[in-house]
Design a protein around this ligand. Structure first.
Ligand SMILES: [Zn+2]
Ligand SMILES: [Zn+2]
Length: 269
């Protein structure tokens, strides 16, 4: 089966991206991706990665992506996207960026909580994972209540490190009620969630989130679901999308959302 969607990816406009925007688009065309989004990182707040320069990313994307969208229009539907991290740490900046740029698609994410670095950089042997996850899911709820994005990224992101890299066992039962609140806030605000397939390429070896959590989102009335590889180079583009679509079906979805001008339309799966 051809890969149909990939609604989460980064080019070298992101501080950690490896391939150029055009290389990524060409790879998407080569794979037969019908709907493809470049969603470069704009991480807000005091603890964002010091290597990133928001203005360079934002301006670079604005110069390049709408142009590529036009140039490759007969080959792929390219979405001009952004992954907005920690919006609630700097809501005025977040709102200004959304106002000033004509994005098709906005992913909301939390890579770090207030007062801490990205989960990627933390020494999880020295921290209390339960306390940290309590704070994380509180901030995820705050982000969902803010709600000025289209889908919430990789809801189980800290598990990539706590479980995947450090091998610490976590029982998600503790946050079941919190997750329900997050899903309800997202649905109320017209936002969705994504199935992020990057965990399959890492030690975590799971989708973020897994089908069971996506199923719960659906039970609560969630309809907007996207699937993305979170590729940071051409090699990873489209990886795990079939598994992501299978998980969406398992969770009861028969269609996946794609976006244009911040409005969802649905494609049968
Ligand atoms: Zn992310
Ligand atoms: Zn990402």
């Amino acid at each position: 089966m051809a890969v149909l969607f990939d609604l989460h990816s980064h080019c070298d406009l992101s501080f950690d991206g490896k391939s150029s925007a055009e290389e990524m688009v060409r790879r998407a065309v080569e794979l037969g991706v019908m709907y493809y989004a470049l969603t470069d990182h704009v991480d807000l707040g005091d603890h964002a990665d010091p290597d990133q320069d928001i203005e360079t990313t934002v301006n670079g994307a604005r110069e390049q992506i709408p142009e590529l969208r036009k140039r490759y229009a007969d080959k792929v539907t390219l979405l001009y996207g952004v992954e907005l991290g920690q919006a609630v740490h700097e809501p005025e900046t977040a709102e200004r960026l959304l106002r000033e740029n004509g994005y098709d698609f906005v992913i909301g994410s939390v890579h770090n909580v207030r007062g801490y670095d990205d989960f990627y950089f933390l020494d999880h042997n020295k921290l209390d994972p339960i306390k940290l996850l309590d704070i994380y899911f509180d901030e995820l709820l705050e982000t969902a209540e803010w709600g000025k994005f289209d889908v919430m990224a990789h809801i189980t992101y800290p598990l990539r490190y706590i479980v995947g890299e450090y091998g610490i066992k976590i029982d998600m039962q503790r946050w079941k009620g919190r997750l329900d609140e997050i899903f309800r806030a997202l649905i109320r605000n017209g936002c969705g969630i994504e199935i992020n397939t990057s965990g399959l390429r890492q030690k975590l070896n799971r989708l973020m989130p897994e089908a069971s959590m996506v199923k719960r989102y659906r039970e609560l009335g969630g309809e907007i679901l996207t699937v993305g590889s979170d590729a940071h180079c051409t090699d990873d583009l489209g990886k795990g999308i079939e598994e992501g679509i299978a998980a969406a079906r398992e969770a009861g979805f028969d269609r996946i959302a794609v976006f244009k001008n911040r409005k969802p339309t649905f494609v049968e799966i």
